[in-house]
Design a protein around this ligand. Structure first.
Ligand code: FAD
Length: 471
């Protein structure tokens, strides 16, 4: 079995390791010189073999990139997966980390471990700064990696519609760091309220405003309402957490606008039943430490959460091809970019409008199906064929609101409440990466279901700074 290290640009060597040869040399069967000759001879033959293999670089080990890598496992290609984190993150459960239901490690799996059995795949932990399309290299700042085929899957971040200064005031939810920061803010708000005597400040501390009524905003609003009403209900002596106000603001006339109208209405009802105040058709126009202005009304609040918009990763721009207004690369119908069949862009970074006339939604099934398709395209091109048109198979969508509360649109049938919630649980457990994660999450959910307890209520970092009243 061979393991070849990365092929660096300008460095023709490809260090290969053959356990059989090195073991023989170490155990004294041959003298050192003979062993070295053996190792070198074998190594250079392997070098040649490795260099002849097409070099595939995948940037991003999220939903799209990881699927592409798995599809290329054990194929006659050398694959380099580059990600700026060392883990694959299951973003759909981030809100559960932010609301203390799960721990960060429960929803993340080390990329190396996931791919460790795929001997033709190596992993580099690094941030890609740009792609040199003409030279076919990916630039990591301190090194470059050459490719014959490139899959770009660097996803998206939130967008503050030109108000980047709002990011500190109202963090979004895209990364584990975001989720831990939100958890800290949520839990600290109750701690702060418990300590102070000023009624107005206490009310502001116990008011949570979520901006954006898409699936993430709906999930966060429901989860915060549940924490306040059930989990923390008996934990404080000077405040009643169940009196916390949770306000969800959406600029569109209805919540989860990508879902059918009946499910939007159902989501609204389920949130209202949980005690969430929902304001639709209004914008959050002004954010400050002290609060947020919503439709002309100023709402004093300590914790604000941003769930309102996305911007594609900056790496797409460096390709020098057309992008849309949120930075997504406009791809051909086969996922390649104009004039460059060796480059494919997938997932949240891609604007694929060839199926419905509108870009496909930024959801994990799109990214995963595109990842597999991009890998198939590469194998076809290596065989001398052409990349094929991509078709998305939409199996429907779901959003959860809280315990026994969710909505599900399976295209041919819509349902909500307990059946939708059970379906949501099942799908999320199935797609969670890693057996350990599935087991732990299942256990945590069962525990939380029967006890109303959320086990990950840790406040980390910045304890002192949070004891200050808001400016
Ligand atoms: C809070 C939240 C909840 C969601 N809930 C759902 C849901 O319930 N159902 C659903 O289907 N979808 C959901 N989504 C959307 C879904 O997670 C995305 O559509 C999906 O992750 C997109 O996959 P991707 O591979 O394009 O990007 P990602 O999964 O975001 O992966 C991008 C990868 O690229 C890496 N990366 C980024 N930039 C660089 C760089 N410069 N250099 C190196 N590496 C880089 C990142 O570290 C990351 O690992 C949710 C998203 C969020 C944020």
């Amino acid at each position: 079995m061979l393991f070849c290290s990365r092929r660096l640009v300008g460095d023709a060597t490809c260090a290969c390791y053959n356990p059989r040869v090195t073991r023989a040399a170490a155990s004294g069967y041959s003298n050192n010189l003979l062993a070295s000759i053996l190792v070198l001879g074998t190594s250079s033959r392997m070098e040649d073999a490795s260099l002849k293999r097409p070099q595939v670089v995948i940037v991003g080990a999220g939903f799209g990139g990881l699927e592409a890598a798995k599809k290329l496992a054990c194929k006659d290609v050398h694959v380099t997966v580059i990600d700026r984190t060392n883990y694959h993150l299951f973003q759909p459960l981030l809100y559960q980390v932010a609301t203390a239901a799960l721990s960060p490690a429960d929803i993340a799996a080390p990329v190396r471990a996931v791919l460790s059995k795929c001997r033709n795949i190596e992993v580099i932990l690094a941030e890609v700064e740009s792609v040199d399309v003409a030279a076919r290299k990916v630039n990591l700042g301190d090194m470059e990696v050459a490719y014959d085929y490139l899959i770009l899957a660097t996803g998206a971040r939130h967008s503050y519609f030109g108000h980047d200064e709002w990011e500190k005031l109202a963090p979004g939810l895209k990364s584990l760091e975001d989720a831990i920061e939100l958890r800290r803010r949520l839990l600290m708000a109750f701690e702060y309220a418990e300590k102070i005597t000023d009624e107005a400040a206490r009310k502001a501390a116990m008011t949570f405003v979520i901006i954006g009524g898409g699936p993430t905003g709906v999930e966060m609003a429901g989860a915060i309402a549940e924490i306040a009403r059930y989990t923390l209900a008996n934990d404080f002596r000077h405040i009643d957490p169940s009196q916390a106000r949770v306000i969800l603001v959406e600029g569109e006339p209805r919540l989860i606008a990508a879902f059918p109208e009946d499910l939007s209405a159902s989501a609204l009802k389920q949130l209202v039943d949980l005690g969430v105040e929902v304001r639709t058709g209004v914008q959050a126009t002004n954010l400050s430490e002290a609060g947020v202005e919503v439709g002309g009304e100023f709402i004093p609040c300590r914790v604000k959460i941003w769930a309102a918009g996305n911007n594609a990763s900056f790496v797409g721009k460096t390709l020098g091809v057309p992008i849309d207004k949120v930075g997504r690369v406009i791809v051909n119908d086969d996922l390649t970019i104009p004039g460059r069949p060796e480059i494919q862009v997938i997932g949240d970074l891609a604007n694929f409008s060839h199926q419905t006339g509108k870009p496909l939604p930024g959801v994990s099934p799109v990214a995963m199906q595109q990842g597999r398709h991009a890998a198939r395209n590469i194998l076809a091109m290596i065989e001398g064929g052409k990349p094929q048109r991509f078709w998305y198979w939409d199996k429907g969508s779901m959003a959860t609101i809280g315990r026994n509360r969710a909505v599900a649109d399976l295209n041919f049938v819509h349902f909500s409440g307990l059946p939708a919630w059970l379906a949501w649980l099942f799908v999320h457990i199935i797609f969670l990466v890693g057996f350990r994660n599935r087991l732990v999450v299942l256990f945590q959910w069962a525990w939380a279901y029967f006890t109303f307890n959320k086990g990950a209520r840790l406040i980390t970092r910045n304890f002192q700074s949070e004891t200050r009243p808001p400016a």
